[in-house]
Design a protein around this ligand. Structure first.
Ligand SMILES: Cc1cc2nc3c(=O)[nH]c(=O)nc-3n(C[C@H](O)[C@H](O)[C@H](O)COP(=O)(O)O)c2cc1C
Length: 360
């Protein structure tokens, strides 16, 4: 790591976590982020939904909440960046403090409560940016406003999709943030069908932005089973699933003093459950509905494990906040080396390799 980068990272780690986050976003917004990265090795590419991802590693939702710096994030080397969560109207989120580091556990707890400047600000930024798809793709994470009654939630998602759908490459219905009352109920079958139906009806027909749903790691098997069925229903299909959001559970292994803070836990302690959910969903949906796996990814081994288990793409957030942007080129170089070791020619060949081996 360059000395200036490592000094900046130590500075951020010494600050209040939310102030550090805001400073890092502002620094990128001032153009002080990375320059154009070298092109990715073609072996890392993934073709999905008629789109080309230069590499399968994405930045998960929650870092660039207001779509202020998607291109600077892409220049870190991500194949795609998910901006948001974006709600129709601006909202302040929960009271501070609402973001906690658990360094002993490689984890974060947040109860931000979907603080964001609202859809119009995001629309302004996304619609003005030149869309050089060869430099990476941008997904938008959509969520209902905190004061929207659950029976009107589908309208929020439909409005967001209609406004933002034409200006991004993927839409992700956030049905799983634990810090907005009632939001996770949208994973219940009838409410989920209602949201998908309303969103599909609201999207202009010429807009073919793929529609994904992001689910919680805290679902029961029966709840996941129901979502897997709905994802392939003829009249409510989903183009993909993002598995998973943060968890409200607290593994006994947590050591950090902040472990009792209420909110969603992410990072290393989420890894095992994220993998379990991926196995569950891939067993039912592989080859039919692509899965984006997220939760506790920090190494190239983690990336390859998810790909082999049936994820078409992966995302991360917590590991980036601990390691800094040098993580992404390292992950890609290590992934190429690991694939070579395992005799895998390309990421496309890696996707689902374990499932194919088990079926053979
Ligand atoms: C501070 C913070 C804010 C987040 N905000 C959102 C959000 O707005 N929408 C969402 O779907 N997920 C959000 N997430 C969840 C992440 O996108 C991701 O699903 C989760 O952190 C697990 O990945 P990780 O272990 O690599 O961090 C947030 C996570 C963190 C740490």
């Amino acid at each position: 790591m360059k000395p200036v980068e490592s000094m900046f990272l130590s500075l951020l780690h010494g600050m209040d976590p939310e102030k550090a986050h805001d400073l890092s976003v502002r620094t990128l917004a001032r153009g002080l982020g990375p320059g154009l990265p070298p092109p990715d090795d073609p072996a890392l590419a993934v073709e999905l939904w008629g789109r080309r991802f230069n590499n399968p590693i994405g930045l998960a939702a929650g870092y660039d909440k207001n779509a202020l710096v998607p291109d600077a994030c892409l220049r870190m080397g991500f194949g795609f960046v998910e901006v948001g969560g974006i709600t129709p109207l601006p909202q302040p989120g929960n009271e501070r403090p609402r973001l906690f580091r658990l360094p002993e556990d490689g984890a974060i707890i947040n109860r931000m409560g979907l603080n964001n400047e609202g859809m119009i600000v995001a629309y302004d930024r996304l619609s003005r940016r030149p869309r050089w798809q060869d430099r990476g793709l941008v997904a938008a994470n959509l969520a209902m406003n905190a004061d929207t009654p659950i029976e009107h939630a589908a309208d929020d998602y439909a409005t967001l999709a209609a406004v933002l759908g034409p200006h991004c490459d993927l839409l992700v219905l956030n049905l799983s943030s634990p810090n907005t009352q009632g939001l996770r109920r949208l994973q219940e079958p009838d409410l989920l069908r209602g949201v998908i139906r309303r969103v599909r009806a609201a999207m202009p027909t010429r807009v073919t932005t793929p529609l994904l749903a992001k689910i919680s790691p805290d679902l029961t098997d029966a709840e996941m089973e129901a979502i897997a069925r709905i994802a392939v229903e003829a009249d409510n299909p989903l183009d993909g699933l993002v598995c998973v959001n943060t968890t409200t559970t607290r593994p006994d292994s947590l050591k950090s003093p902040a472990r009792e803070a209420p909110g969603g836990l992410s990072g290393a302690p989420l890894k095992a459950r994220a993998l379990e959910v991926l196995h569950f969903m891939a067993a039912r949906l592989f080859g039919r509905v692509p899965i984006v796996s997220v939760g506790g990814i920090a190494t190239a081994q983690d990336v390859l494990e998810r790909l082999r288990a049936g994820a078409s793409l992966v995302q991360l957030y917590s590991a980036l906040s601990y390691t800094g942007p040098r993580l992404i080129p390292t992950l890609k170089a290590d992934l190429l080396a690991l694939m070579r070791e395992q005799g895998i020619a390309s990421v496309s060949d890696a996707i689902g390799a374990d499932l194919r081996a088990a079926a053979a």
